[in-house]
Design a protein around this ligand. Structure first.
Ligand SMILES: Nc1ncnc2c1ncn2[C@@H]1O[C@H](COP(=O)(O)OP(=O)(O)OP(=O)(O)O)[C@@H](O)[C@H]1O
Length: 354
């Protein structure tokens, strides 16, 4: 289901009819804010077309093509060839793929859970993904992904070999030390350790590196945002008023250091009763969406508070990995697709400005 061709080269090139080029340019979809560039499409033959995307996606992105009066005359297939985008530190070499920081002003809003699930979702969308646990005071990724008993190996070049968990390459202090020992690290020591973890992990060729940041907007987050090559940041918040003020602080911190905010995930948006399906906005209704609108940040998704998500993470077996076709997993994959496309389009827009 999630396998993807990496390139779309076909031997014979068919020329594209003008109505098709026009329809592509005018196609409307959240993933294509400016239409679809004709060079992303290739006709395999008179009836089949291939869309090659520079960001991670699954076949659901083809829906507006297959239902379009003009484009729907073709059978569509999807290929991806993920672009390596410029980052916030142009002078630093980009060896980690596109770096996405997942951040929250307030603790406990589900930042680590969202990081894990976005990383797995991006991998399910055909990308090679790394996940860095920068939440140095409480590295929780080993619990959420499992494999705590297996310590990270160090090679002859003193580089850490990341673990592969549920298809994602993971590096965490929690795989080096006990979580309780990591908590003693403070200030400059923590900041240096983080940068070391970032650089001294022997990542394979990644399309995306998702970084689970420590909660808050203090010095450590600021140093990290300034010193590392970041492509975009994701803000996680609950709809609760106390979380929203901190989410806004996070947004302004990233803006101060010129890191683009790719989008916002509103986590625990509502609770859905597993018995009757009734939805209850127990942390308030749409607060994250309102902040996003005010700050002009795209909403990547509104995720429910769901006991199945929590139980799966507690067991080190994330829901997405265990139930990839479940609607809840599709919802998280849709957010990841939105993240990948926003990252691409925002960076494109910025490079056109400069
Ligand atoms: N949408 C959700 N539905 C159910 N449980 C959730 C959801 N999101 C997070 N949780 C649970 O809430 C708890 C806190 O989540 P998590 O550790 O991801 O938060 P955090 O913001 O990273 O916390 P910290 O500030 O400690 O780093 C975890 O037990 C997690 O499984």
């Amino acid at each position: 289901m999630f396998g993807r061709f990496r390139t779309s080269k076909s031997t014979k090139k068919q020329s594209m009819p003008t109505p098709m080029v026009d329809a592509l340019a005018q196609l409307t979809s959240p993933y294509f804010p400016h239409g679809v560039p004709a060079e992303w499409v290739q006709l395999d033959d008179a009836k089949t077309a291939c869309l090659t995307l520079p960001f991670a996606a699954d076949n659901t992105i083809l829906e507006p093509f297959t239902t379009h009066p003009e484009l729907g005359q073709y059978q569509w297939r999807l290929a991806i060839n993920i672009a390596k985008l410029p980052n916030s530190q142009p002078e630093l070499p980009m060896t980690f793929g596109n770096v996405i920081m997942v951040s929250s002003g307030k603790g406990g809003v589900g930042k680590s859970s969202v990081s894990v699930q976005l990383a797995i979702a991006l991998q399910q969308l055909g990308a090679t993904v790394g996940l860095l646990d920068a939440d140095i005071y409480g590295p929780s990724l080993p619990t959420m992904l499992g494999g705590q008993e297996q310590k990270l190996e160090i090679n002859e070049q003193n580089k850490m070999i990341p673990h592969q968990r549920h298809g994602v390459w993971v590096s965490s202090l929690g795989y080096l030390t006990e979580a309780k020992d990591a908590a003693i690290w403070r200030g400059p020591m923590a900041s240096a350790a983080l940068q070391q973890l970032f650089r001294d992990t022997k990542w394979p060729r990644l399309d995306y590196l998702v970084v689970d940041m420590p909660p808050g907007t203090g010095d450590i987050q600021l140093t990290f945002a300034q010193k590392l090559p970041i492509t975009g940041a994701v803000i996680v918040t609950t709809p609760q008023t106390v979380a929203l003020a901190d989410a806004e602080k996070g947004i302004s911190m990233f803006r101060k250091v010129s890191v683009p905010i790719t989008g916002l995930v509103e986590n625990m948006s509502y609770y859905q009763c597993s018995q009757c399906g009734h939805q209850d906005a127990i942390f308030g209704d749409g607060g994250g969406v309102a902040v996003a609108a005010r700050e002009q940040v795209p909403v990547l998704g509104q995720w429910p508070l769901d006991a199945r998500l929590r139980a799966a993470l507690d067991e080190g077996q994330p829901w997405l990995a265990q139930h990839p076709t479940d609607p809840l997993s599709q919802l998280m994959r849709t957010s990841a697709m939105r993240l990948a496309s926003e990252l691409y389009w925002q960076v494109q827009a910025k490079s056109k400005e400069s």
